[in-house]
Design a protein around this ligand. Structure first.
Ligand SMILES: [Zn+2]
Length: 245
């Protein structure tokens, strides 16, 4: 049984089919969303009893276009264990919205703190230090899982000291830098993800096969068996979920 800690089920051309396939393949999935409105629309593709956990998100790339949505997120945070995709994007394309992203991200962290802490799936492209500063300021916001982390080794160590987990995908490991970073992550903090549909190389590729390939590469990087990696990732996932339960 694999773990997909970051999957955009609702952004696939046929979400219902993806949802059913994930259940049939026994993939424990965090179904992230990009806006609170999208969460409402796609909640039918979520079923915690069968391992598809809903996450309410507000993606940093769309925060500035939808300022009114921030109000919608609070009541949803009350009833979910997972919040994501949230975070900051410091790349050139989104620099104009960066201040607004920060305000929204901090506000969501405060809401999570007020709700007693949540599991957070976090985007930190070109913004790792600022994301970590925010997490440090809002340490009661919950357990952070840094999705597709692409910071430096120093930032990775800082994230680790703050108690963050890391969800990694097979595309990250297609580069030497990605593989080096993965070998720096303690096995107790590692999760797998697909970030589908963005990482799938063809419409025929299944999410389950993508996760298995990710587990295999991790086992090569760490010199452990595939089964050991699979079991460890599952136990990390269970540990986070139980803490939030
Ligand atoms: Zn994503």
């Amino acid at each position: 049984m694999s773990v997909d800690a970051h999957c955009h089920i609702d952004l696939h051309p046929d979400p219902q089919k993806v949802f059913e396939t994930l259940i049939a393949d026994g993939v424990q999935t965090i179904a992230v969303t990009t806006t609170p409105a999208a969460f409402k629309g796609s909640s039918r593709f979520m079923d915690s009893m069968r391992g598809i956990y809903p996450a309410v998100g507000f993606h940093p790339e769309v925060v500035a276009e939808r300022p009114q949505d921030i109000k919608l997120i609070r009541p949803i945070i009350e009833r979910v264990q997972w919040v994501g995709e949230i975070g900051l994007d410091g790349s050139k394309r989104f620099e104009k919205s960066y201040d607004k992203q920060k305000i929204a991200f901090e506000r969501i962290l405060v809401e999570c703190h007020l709700a007693g802490g949540r599991n957070l799936s976090i985007h930190s492209r070109n913004a790792a230090d600022d994301v970590l500063d925010c997490l440090e300021r809002h340490s009661g916001s919950g357990t952070a899982v840094l999705h597709w982390f692409s910071g430096t080794k120093k930032q990775l160590r800082r994230a680790n000291d703050l108690g963050c987990y890391f969800s990694v995908n097979d595309q990250m490991m297609s580069t030497g830098k990605g593989r080096t970073l993965i070998s720096e992550i303690p096995i107790d903090r590692l999760l797998t993800e697909s970030d589908a549909p963005f990482t799938l190389t063809s419409s025929k590729q299944s999410i389950a096969s993508c996760l298995i390939s990710c587990e295999r590469i991790i086992s090569e990087c760490l010199g452990s068996s595939h089964m050991e990696v699979k079991q460890k990732i599952r136990s990390n996932f269970d540990c986070i979920n139980q803490a939030a339960g």
